[in-house]
Design a protein around this ligand. Structure first.
Ligand SMILES: *[C@@H]1O[C@H](CO)[C@@H](O)[C@H](O)[C@H]1NC(C)=O
Ligand SMILES: *[C@@H]1O[C@H](CO)[C@@H](O)[C@H](O)[C@H]1NC(C)=O
Ligand SMILES: *[C@@H]1O[C@H](CO)[C@@H](O)[C@H](O)[C@H]1NC(C)=O
Ligand SMILES: *[C@@H]1O[C@H](CO)[C@@H](O)[C@H](O)[C@H]1NC(C)=O
Length: 323
């Protein structure tokens, strides 16, 4: 009797031990702690936490690079708008790997803008005009350099920099000045690269076709097409309100069957570069009017085509029966 009970207890302990090993060798509660948003140039602190049966081994994977340790400091330069952080935890025996992933939004406070201290007409770049760009969002005195299309800007005879490099001036714009401009700000050991400002001096022709008056209950079609001196695509925006009725926007086309008499609708078509910069836009204001009376096709007329189709099909059937 005594022996039996002892064996039972022994087995129970064995079982428990077994269960414990299986349960705890896989890291649990793996979690990344830290901000969801970071500011370019400002270091952010991340911590990975987990529960392991022995010691947890932590590894970070960020932009195809691996960093050991439980903590990770992220310092972004503003080029990427999102960063994915991955923390992988394994137990000492490195049999199981458990990860947590966090997508972090990067806020870039630095941008290149047309200088506000020039005439309004000059604030849009045009061939033959003077133009000034400012590195905006810089708070402290820092070292600044300029980039054009991602490479260090080589000043030509029509360009000059202010003593602090905050302003890039063009005495006269030429076609060859087209490009993506950025300023690069050095603040001690941290670098921030601004958002892009596009100077585009090529041509843009946008053709937005469709009626200015749309009839209630009738479908109207609007089409937008753009021709540009570089690759460009078109996109619709409805920033002045959404059309009421049946509305379908598909690529360059809008199909709209308005429902409200008297509604005024603004359709805007934007020409965009492959990088998403707006290089031109056209708007059309459409007024919804009463449906116009129009001659209706008679029953006889509308049934004619289907008769022709039936005849054609029967003819085909006859032909195939003969073969
Ligand atoms: C932790 O894991 C990494 C990769 O899995 C390995 O290279 C490293 O040696 C491990 N560290 C320890 C202390 O086990
Ligand atoms: C201004 O820019 C030039 C050339 O890009 C660079 O050599 C110089 O160090 C910069 N000066 C300042 C004050 O940022
Ligand atoms: C920059 O330098 C400061 C001290 O000089 C240091 O505390 C900080 O961690 C450094 N940042 C980066 C991203 O290296
Ligand atoms: C504008 O587009 C319409 C329809 O898509 C077309 O009929 C017309 O010829 C185009 N006009 C120009 C100037 O390309």
């Amino acid at each position: 009797m005594m022996l039996d009970v002892n064996i039972h207890i022994f087995l129970t302990i064995l079982g428990l031990v077994q269960v414990q090993v299986v349960k705890t060798s896989k890291p649990q509660f793996v979690q990344i702690l830290g901000p969801k948003e970071v500011v370019a140039g400002v270091s952010a602190f991340y911590e990975c936490t987990a529960v392991c049966s022995h010691k947890c081994n932590y590894t970070w994977n960020v932009k195809d690079q691996t960093f050991p340790g439980r903590e990770f400091t992220l310092t972004e330069n503003g080029v990427d708008r999102f960063v994915t952080l991955q923390c992988t935890v394994s137990d000492e025996d490195r049999k199981y790997f458990v990860s947590d992933v966090r997508s972090v939004t990067v806020i870039n406070p630095i941008s290149v803008k047309p200088s506000a201290d020039q005439s309004v007409l000059n604030q849009t770049p045009k061939v033959g005009q003077s133009f000034r760009l400012t590195c905006d969002g810089v708070s402290r005195p820092v070292a600044i350099t300029w980039l054009k299309d991602g490479a260090t800007l080589k000043l030509n005879s029509r360009m000059s920099l202010s003593p602090d490099n905050m302003t890039l001036s063009f005495s006269l714009l030429a076609d060859s000045d087209s490009g993506k401009y950025q300023c690069k700000v050095y603040n001690g050991n941290v670098t921030v690269i601004s958002k892009v400002y596009l100077i585009y001096l090529g041509y843009v022709i946008i053709n937005l076709s469709g009626p200015n008056r749309a009839e209630v209950g009738m479908q109207s079609k609007y089409t937008c097409a753009a021709q540009c001196g570089m690759d460009c695509t078109v996109q619709w925006t409805l920033n002045k309100g959404f059309p009421r009725g049946r509305f379908i926007a598909e690529g360059p086309q809008i199909l709209w069957t308005p429902s409200d008499l008297g509604q005024t609708q603004v359709f805007t078509c934007i020409a965009l570069t492959p990088g998403g910069e707006n290089i031109g836009q056209v708007t059309k204001t459409v007024t919804v009017v009463e449906a116009q009376p129009r001659p209706r096709p008679s029953n006889a007329q509308s049934s004619k085509p289907s008769v022709a189709v039936v005849n054609f099909a029967s003819l085909l059937m006859l032909v195939s029966a003969c073969v």
